[in-house]
Design a protein around this ligand. Structure first.
Ligand code: LFR
Length: 481
């Protein structure tokens, strides 16, 4: 008999995809059945997600999945929809890159106290965390809201009629207690709402529910349920890391680079707070101790500024490979790069401010971006290892950046540590395998990661230079005290 199939709905900031997978002969086989573009929808009141269109595309994808036993949904973190007592969505969710939190986030932290906040939620300061978005939220909308649903939970609600909040994504809100893993009534109050607006928590592997009859009919899936996965895309990506050893570090690449470690518990020291590390939750009680780095967003926005598309990328990358090494780097964690806009201009500005030459060609600009990312990967991973008392023997680089050979090689060179690249679709892979585990097909994270390593071709990069020129480049950005 055929082994059961699973469907992953993976919603990313630049596109969404629906992937079908099954375990067969000890290997994970996957097929992408649908892919569609996603991005900010600009409205008079700011940047939103067109969640109606996203849901329509999810249904188009599900119709092509055959007959999976379950569906799992993941997306970027922090963003939410507000739902009233009759289940109606109160307007399209805001996009986390919207500027409405620009001024409120820092002043909230100043008045609450940065150490007090970190002691409770364990998160790095990102101006768009749900907590700060709620402070900036329209009071009328918040007053009318019965329930707050994070994006994957909102899609799950529309599919099943069941309300809940999956834990890994809940940990990105800033409203979850870092120690107890429960919603914090105090933080909810500070955000201007009652904790009862936050739904009951569910864990990866829990059943969300079966498809509502109308959805079952529309998709042709009559015997499929929705399973909670690591619904924060980064949590699913970390599940999909093909690590064979325990002392590994990772960089999950995509619109963002998330660089850090998987730990058994949070690091809530004052040093970790001042280094702006986050303690988000992974599956099985693990902690994702990491920092957000701007990621391929810098490249995507540069392409957009130049009027180019991803089809132009191979030629640009070839130019970047020929450009002179390390002539200028920027701080890829600088929040000036957060909002959509002219990245080459902002990068040029940052180079001038740090007395470095402005990259003179597009190839040189792309090289500057990739070297800056590699340097930020190095910095985050070295500091994470330091703060957690770990060694980094190998770096797993997963997600879209795993197909960017320059990014992988630069990361290995900057760190002086080997990089194992792949899978590109780590998030969908992690999503599928948590469903497979819920169905009894795999036992635990260790087995999942062996399965991923066997199933995906991985690329190995060893350092080709010394780390000295990288240390020198870094000194332009972060002078050693
Ligand atoms: C990556 C990601 C990051 C999160 C950012 C905003 O897709 O989920 O982990 O910080 O998007 O939600």
């Amino acid at each position: 008999t055929d082994s059961p199939t699973f469907a992953a709905v993976d919603l990313g900031a630049s596109n969404g995809r629906v992937v079908v997978g099954r375990i067969s002969g000890g290997l994970l086989e996957t097929t992408e059945v649908h892919r569609f573009p996603n991005g900010p929808a600009t409205r008079p009141d700011g940047a939103h997600w067109d969640v109606g269109e996203l849901f329509r595309q999810v249904l188009v994808g599900l119709r092509q999945t055959g007959a999976p036993v379950s569906v799992g949904i993941d997306s970027w973190g922090v963003d939410y929809g507000l739902v009233d007592g009759s289940g109606e969505l109160l307007g399209d969710p805001f996009h986390y890159r919207d500027s409405r939190t620009d001024h409120v986030a820092q002043s909230f932290v100043d008045s609450f106290g940065a150490p007090e906040l970190f002691a409770r939620n364990g998160l790095q300061f990102l101006p768009f965390n749900t907590l700060f978005q709620l402070v900036a939220e329209n009071r009328a909308a918040l007053g009318a809201a019965d329930t707050l649903l994070l994006m994957p939970d909102l899609i799950g609600y529309w599919l099943t009629g069941e309300i809940g909040a999956e834990l890994t994504n809940a940990s990105t809100t800033g409203l979850l207690d870092a120690r107890s893993h429960r919603w914090s009534p105090e933080l909810a109050r500070a955000a201007g709402m009652d904790v009862s607006v936050l739904p009951a928590l569910r864990e990866p592997g829990d059943t969300v529910g079966s498809l509502r009859p109308a959805i079952a009919e529309e998709t042709g899936l009559t015997d499929t349920s929705v399973i909670a996965v690591g619904s924060h895309d980064t949590a699913s990506a970390v599940v999909g890391i093909p690590a064979q050893e325990s002392d590994f570090a990772y960089v999950c690449t995509g619109t963002w680079s998330l660089a850090g470690l998987e730990l058994p518990g949070p690091v809530l020291t004052d040093r970790a707070r001042r280094a702006n590390f986050t303690n988000e939750l992974g599956v099985d009680g693990t902690v994702r101790f990491l920092r957000n780095i701007m990621g391929l967003w810098l490249l995507q926005e540069s392409l957009r500024t130049w009027g180019l598309t991803s089809g132009d990328l191979p030629a640009l990358l070839a130019e970047a490979a020929r450009a002179a090494p390390l002539t200028a780097v920027v701080d890829a964690e600088d929040h000036r790069f957060l909002a959509p806009g002219d990245m080459p201009l902002r990068i040029a500005q940052a180079c001038r401010e740090t007395d470095q030459p402005v990259p003179g060609t597009r190839g040189a600009m792309v090289r500057c971006i990739l070297e800056s990312l590699a340097l930020a990967h190095r910095r985050a991973l070295r500091e994470a290892a330091e703060l957690a008392g770990r060694n980094v023997e190998v770096v797993h680089l997963v997600g879209g950046g795993a197909r960017n050979e320059l990014l992988c090689q630069f990361t290995a060179d900057a760190l002086g540590v080997p990089v194992v690249a792949g899978p590109v679709e780590a998030t969908a892979t992690g999503n599928l395998l948590i469903q497979a585990r819920a169905a009894g097909q795999v036992a635990d994270l260790t087995e999942i990661r062996h399965l991923v390593a066997r199933s995906h071709p991985l690329r190995h990069y060893t350092p080709t230079t010394t780390t000295t020129p990288w240390t020198h480049a870094e000194s332009h950005l972060h002078p050693t005290p």
